[in-house]
Design a protein around this ligand. Structure first.
Ligand code: SF4
Ligand code: SF4
Ligand code: SF4
Length: 277
């Protein structure tokens, strides 16, 4: 399990611990942000957007040490305030049984990356007491929110999974979990920055995909489902392959496989992957 499970999981996965959705944490989080002089607006938190230009400039200049230092400084702050981790569809539904309230809201990444107007862009899930604030003051979070029952949220997650979107949990002041995103490359700033610049604002999930070549019929359905360039096709063998070092454990490949050739396995069961977040 990851370091956040060890610290905040109470013996299990940290995002399945109800304590990390507690209303009192929302208040503590705000006080922490104010003490840091930080902007508490999650739209301004930026998913790495604030430093990515500096990372690109350092890389273009061949200054790899500088690039690594920029990432380290930014991530030290992000892992306290705002970051994301990949979860499976099943875990997403478990979270919808824990978190309250649940609401749809505007996806800030897609607004910025593909300029979707807010009314067509309710593709992000907000959870917890912050939703009451944004319901009452929609100008705080442009577009406001639409509340959902847990059953509606689960159907929403099923539709997102079918469409090929990755599920993530989002922290807003560690360990408070205040959002569930449904994302894709390159529209999602967090996924794009991770895949293109290895900026670890978004962490790998607790699982990795394992493929049984005996069961694979080479239909290739799994390959376009992968946003992390981990699933590929072995031309010589006419079967799919999975680079487990690159796999984020989202499960999107497994859910379309017609022969159940792909299973999700606990990351910790592979020593070489156990610390590969
Ligand atoms: S992380 Fe995903 S759902 Fe959340 S704002 Fe970005 S693209 Fe939208
Ligand atoms: S290989 Fe499968 S489980 Fe791993 S990141 Fe790609 S789609 Fe997700
Ligand atoms: S979806 Fe399943 S059967 Fe088809 S290529 Fe991928 S692993 Fe093989």
């Amino acid at each position: 399990m990851c370091r956040f499970c060890e610290e905040y999981g109470d013996g299990g996965k940290w995002y399945l611990n109800p304590a990390n959705y507690a209303r009192r944490l929302y208040k503590i989080r705000k006080e922490g942000d104010e003490a840091l002089g930080a902007d508490a607006d999650p739209q301004a938190a930026g998913m790495g957007g604030a430093v990515i230009n500096d990372i690109i400039r350092a890389r273009a200049a061949g200054k790899r040490d500088e690039e690594e230092q920029i990432k380290k400084d930014a991530l030290d702050a992000a892992y306290q305030r705002h970051f994301a981790q990949v979860v499976t569809l099943e875990e997403t539904k478990q979270i919808f049984d824990i978190a309250y309230p649940i609401a749809r809201m505007t996806c800030v990444c897609r607004r910025a990356s593909v300029a979707l107007p807010d009314e067509q862009n309710f593709t992000c899930i907000g959870i917890g007491p912050g939703m009451y604030k944004w319901e009452r003051w929609p100008e705080t979070y442009r577009g406001g929110v639409e509340f959902m029952t847990p059953a509606e949220a689960k159907r929403w997650a099923d539709a997102a999974d079918e469409a090929g979107l990755v599920h993530t949990v989002d922290v807003f002041g560690l360990p408070y979990i205040g959002g569930m995103c449904q994302c894709e490359y390159p529209g999602c700033v967090a996924i794009r920055n991770r895949v293109d610049y290895d900026f670890k604002f978004i962490l790998k999930g607790e699982y990795v995909a394992e493929l049984d070549p005996e069961k694979c019929i080479g239909c290739k359905k799994c390959i376009p489902r992968c946003h992390f360039r981990a699933a590929y096709f072995k031309v010589y063998a006419e079967k799919a392959g999975i680079d487990m070092m690159r796999c984020f454990g989202c499960g999107l490949c497994a859910s379309v496989c017609p022969t159940n050739a792909i299973t999700l396995v606990e990351r910790s069961s592979f020593p070489a992957l156990a610390d590969n977040w």
